[in-house]
Design a binder for this molecule. Structure first.
Ligand SMILES: *Cc1c(COP(=O)(O)O)cnc(C)c1O
Length: 372
């Protein structure tokens, strides 16, 4: 008998990856690289970083400043430092977040205090925070609100909370490049490759507070303020002109890419999902992001993951069991987290990418239908 080579995998068995980031291609970056060549200015707030910051700030209105930095995790840490939150105080945050939020608080000398999220919005709300405050195991110096997977919280309600409690509120809008447009509270956005607008590694803080922006700038640059004297202890968290080149090329592509993300979401929405599966409100309609996280019946996520895996459809529990469940955060205080525990076993990241096509969308929907 002739031994046949294994037949190539057909389309229907090609694994579907959970994400396929796509950043600007070489040709789109080259004009910016040429500008670097002729300016011979490679870092320390050269013309490309200045242009990138102006264009980013513009998205938040005339009053806003944008301060770029090496990533959103540093952006969160430096924002907490720039706000002069007393070291050792608690930094309240939802456990339903990526571990970066917790790390940032620790790096800023604060103690993460994990609160529960609202069952429906997946966010910390001013109500949940206000109730928890009565039981706080110490002084609360700051609070980080997280925009889960790119959906923005109610900024006005959090401004009100800040006014009433005196607790400084900042927004971890790492995944919310598209939806974040209000800089009344310091808002930290990631430009990581896996986010909706990427430049590899990078991030920025948007704020209407110009003094805060100036402090943040010094914290990203050795505490320098126009002289060689360091004004306070600081970091080096600047981005180079090369990073800004990619960021500017990404911004140039954004109007078209944004439509592509919406189209990808519509492509997935075109195939009706089982009734028990729900998208985040407004996902792919009012705002866009680089992931598709859906709700499934309570506790169903583990079985769905296995069933989809068997059909070569990859999934991801982006935030695991919540930030508090990581060994790194085991020692930090927390409230009871019933909703976070439910979210951990009922939400699921489906495959999603900017060029998701009908064939992949159909397979994702079919696999989900069969699995339920
Ligand atoms: C991605 C993400 C971060 C980290 O952003 P980096 O730029 O990779 O440091 C922080 N918080 C949340 C909620 C995120 O989704």
């Amino acid at each position: 008998m002739v031994k046949h080579a294994r037949s190539p995998r057909t389309d229907s068995t090609t694994p579907i990856a959970v994400a396929k980031p796509r950043l600007p291609q070489t040709d789109a970056i080259v004009p910016y690289l040429r500008r670097i060549d002729s300016a011979r200015w490679y870092s320390n707030f050269g013309p490309l970083v200045q242009e990138l910051e102006e264009r980013l700030a513009h998205r938040f209105g005339a009053q806003a400043r944008a301060v770029t930095c090496v990533n959103a995790t540093q952006g969160l840490t430096l924002t907490l430092q720039a706000l002069n939150i007393a070291p050792g105080t608690l930094c309240a945050m939802p456990s339903w977040t990526f571990v970066a939020t917790g790390h940032a608080a620790v790096q800023a000398g604060l103690t993460p205090w994990f609160l529960d999220a609202d069952r429906d919005s997946w966010m910390l709300t001013p109500q949940i925070a206000a109730e928890a405050l009565a039981r706080a195991p110490g002084t609360v110096g700051a609070l980080i609100v997280v925009a889960p997977f790119g959906r923005m919280p109610d900024v006005a309600a959090w401004l009100d909370f800040q006014d009433k409690t005196g607790i400084k509120v900042i927004i971890d809008a790492a995944a919310a490049f598209d939806a974040a447009c209000d800089a009344r509270l310091p808002t930290v956005v990631s430009l990581h490759a896996t986010k909706v607008l990427g430049m590899g590694e990078g991030g920025f803080v948007a704020t209407d507070n110009h003094a805060l922006a100036a402090r943040l700038r010094r914290l990203t640059s050795f505490g320098f303020d126009g002289t060689r004297l360091s004004q306070h202890t600081a970091n080096n968290a600047k981005i180079s002109e090369y990073a800004a080149a990619v960021g500017l090329a990404s911004l140039d592509a954004w109007p078209g890419d944004r439509l592509r993300w919406f189209t990808a979401a519509q492509t997935l929405r075109h195939f009706p999902l089982p009734r028990e599966i729900g998208y985040q409100p407004g996902w792919g309609r009012d705002w866009t992001t680089s992931v598709c996280v859906v709700t499934t019946p309570e506790g169903a996520a583990p079985e769905l993951i296995a069933a989809l895996k068997a059909r070569d459809v990859d999934t991801r529990q982006w935030w695991g069991e919540g930030c508090h469940a990581s060994p790194a955060f085991a020692a930090f205080p927390r409230e009871a987290l019933p909703n976070t525990e439910i979210l951990a076993t009922s939400t699921l990241g489906l495959p999603f990418y900017i060029d998701l096509d009908r064939a992949d969308a159909a397979r994702i929907a079919e696999a989900l239908g069969a699995a339920l």
